[in-house]
Design a protein around this ligand. Structure first.
Ligand code: PBG
Length: 333
């Protein structure tokens, strides 16, 4: 039996698309404030505000201004912020010791934020690239190879110092093997049993991170270097499942896929395979592309950004880390 009677289709999907009421009724995925993690770049000093040239609209802020930004974010209903410190060149070393300075910029920012806006979840980045003179996420040997186990020891100290400062979530973004297990063990032993770990489990060696490296000032240090020996190859997807499985077994509470838009197949596979809290990182290069095209009048920035974020949710992300978090919620208001 044909579904068509005579010339006319009995089934017309356009019926449901005809009016706003029925489009609203059948809508499967909606962005809400609960979906957002707001990343911010933190500067030393007081009253300091510096634009990031490759990310128009994004500024590095000193802690006092960061607190104001957190108040605004909380008013919009943003559940959590992710802190990325901008380390002055003079504090970068071969051994990245500034990473676990209890009085370091990240640690001080955590204390100030939890003090001023206690309901805001505070997420810290666990990785050494802002603190090394070579811009790699770990310690290197004489050939330039990033050492795994030695790096994990430093990352563990860094994560502990964040937890001690009051971080709600530590987020290792370094891709060393075994770091989630080591950090989880140290947190448990240190009595930080409630500190959550957001593991950057599937972090790719992506070229979309360029503007971020400008923002935190690691681009010049890294120079022509790359991160291919630890971040994942964009050609692969099975590897991401293995990384996620390991991190979950080692004690991760949430997992991150990074970048976002070009990697939504990974988001979908991870969410379907593991069913755990899964996040997508809408990275700096994705922000820069949308912003640049919008500023040139080539795309409708607002419409394209909200579509991109919605698609990440549709792909299976429970939340999205995006530089557009505050702007998106202002647009949605
Ligand atoms: C490094 C780190 C990077 C980003 C977040 N943490 C860059 C890198 O791996 O080189 C990139 C985020 C972005 O591009 O927005 N630990």
């Amino acid at each position: 039996m044909s579904q068509f009677k005579g010339y006319f289709p009995m089934v017309r999907p356009r019926r449901m698309r005809r009016d706003e009421f029925s489009r609203r009724l059948m809508r499967e995925n909606l962005l809400t404030p609960d979906d957002f993690i707001y990343p911010v770049f933190v500067l030393e000093g007081q009253g300091q505000r510096e634009p990031v040239p490759s990310m128009p609209g994004v500024e590095r802020l000193s802690i006092d201004l960061l607190v104001e930004e957190a108040r605004a974010a909380a008013r919009l209903g943003i559940p959590a912020m992710a802190l990325f410190p901008v380390t002055p060149a003079g504090k970068k070393t071969e051994d990245a010791a500034e990473a676990y300075n209890p009085d370091g910029l990240a640690q001080n920012a955590v204390r100030a934020l939890k003090d001023a806006v206690p309901e805001m979840g505070v997420i810290t980045d666990v990785a050494l690239d802002p603190f090394t003179i070579h811009g790699q996420d770990g310690l290197i040997d004489e050939t330039g190879y990033v050492l795994n186990d030695e790096t994990v020891e430093v990352l563990t100290q860094q994560a502990l110092s964040h937890a001690e400062a009051g971080a709600d979530v530590v987020a290792p973004s370094d891709m060393m093997d075994g770091r989630i297990g080591a950090i989880r063990e140290a947190l448990e032993e240190g009595g930080h049993i409630h500190t959550r770990i957001l593991a950057y489990s599937a972090k790719y060696a992506s070229s979309f991170y360029g503007p971020f490296r400008d923002a935190v000032g690691s681009a010049a240090n890294l120079g022509a270097g790359n991160k291919y020996t630890y971040q994942m190859d964009p050609h692969n997807s099975d590897e991401a499942l293995q990384e996620v499985a390991m991190d979950l077994e080692e004690g991760a509470d949430m997992v991150m896929i990074k970048p976002g838009m070009p990697y939504l197949d990974i988001v979908r596979r991870v969410k379907e395979t593991f069913g755990v809290p899964t996040f997508a990182y809408h990275v700096s290069g994705e922000y820069a592309m949308l912003k640049a095209a919008g500023q040139n009048g080539w795309i409708d920035e607002k419409a394209c950004v909200l579509e991109a974020l919605t698609c990440m949710k549709r792909a299976g992300a429970d939340g999205i880390l995006t530089y557009y978090a505050r702007q998106a919620l202002e647009w949605m208001d």
